[in-house]
Design a protein around this ligand. Sequence first.
Ligand code: ATP
Ligand code: MG
Length: 442
Amino acid sequence: MPATVTALMERLWAHGHAAYVVGGSVRDSLLGRQAQDWDLATDARPDRLLAVFPGAVYENQFGTVAVREGDATHEVTTFRTDHEYADFRRPHRVEFGDDVRLDLARRDFTVNAIAWGREADAPANVLVDPFDGLADVGRMVLRAVGDPDARFAEDALRMVRAVRLAAVRELTIEPATLAAIREHAALAAHVSGERVSAELEKLLASPRPSIGLRLMADTGLLDVLLPELAAQRGVPQNKIEGEDLLDHTLRSVDAVPVDQPVVRLAALLHDVGKPGTVDDGPFRGHEVVGAELAEKVLERLRTPRTATERVVRLVRHHMFTYERDWGDAGVRRFIQRVGIDAVDDLFALREADNVGSGVPAEAHGLDELRARVDAELAASVVLDRSRLAVRGDDLMAELGLPAGPRLGRILDELLERVIAEPRLNDRATLLLLAESMLTEDR
Ligand code: ATP
Ligand code: MG
């Protein structure tokens, strides 16, 4: 346990309060994994917490405050019970309590409902484990606290958390809990995009996201949360014998390196346009349809705009076909079309797409194109307007052109010429070219 956490607990005890570490960090420590955020629970009310920890700030209305200690920030939450779940979502009212056991009872799974710490006057730390979470840790089982039907009806996000936790922590979902997820999967439609997204993000950051995505497909959660992917089931692919489009998607996601979350998201969505274009030649234009659909999915999930734009662009461009006889200008046009800052991601996506199709990552000339792209980039060729030897201002001053769409068109045309023939990128030459374009225009 980090020294900063111990320090916070000591301070709470010294002020006469109970202090325990709870939730994911206890679970992960017992599983022998590196714990992430260490959350603390206490009987101190939020206003007391602010007095005990000057500088602490309220995180939400449910009694969580964030406390800085050294370089770390930890969440300290007052023991509570949750009430009045409306619309299968978060509680609308919470009641603060004095008993760690009642706090553990509101938690989702037995392995998440273990506390380690003590009351202020107790001689030593103890493990508080009213729901036999420790035994479930030993069996590597994920089990709802209490009646799974009731718990998932209270908060439908817990079903998504179940799948995510099971996949990420390699736990087996206990049969009654799993049956309850199947039964109540439709309720997941009430969960906000942000909360689903946070779970999906954690799932995609695990070594093999396909484990969790398959669980979603098997329980019916995929049909509710990502129907665009569920529609890939049974769509044939002439790729790997006996596998359908969904299998291909899941293989592709797993094949993206774990430290490239945006590319993993793009791999998840790269073929969402296929079910709707099965009969068009087949799948003709699926990357265009898919880019639009991917954008809708990501908006629904409230994905930040920059990530959404990157993913949509990758889906849109993932179908390029490289031919060995491309000229260097062709390679430069490819980079320009895709965008310099998307090139690396696009290669990563296509490599994963290849692996997902049962061929080597570098198949279809990908390695050769990569080398040629790198050579062009190393030569720092002109690929966008910013590197042209003339700017809009120059054209306005030298040729008396007014600002406006015409100026933009001429800059674009100059760029096209320079991409085809880099040696033209010289101020005098470009001014001459622009002048002749103007004359032709008249
Ligand atoms: P991670 O390791 O990814 O952080 P976690 O289990 O710690 O997983 P958190 O979102 O950090 O997930 O939640 C902390 C704790 O709060 C959980 O371990 C669980 O005890 C409780 N909890 C979180 N979400 C819910 C929920 N929807 N319903 C009931 N308890 C929850
Ligand atoms: Mg946590």
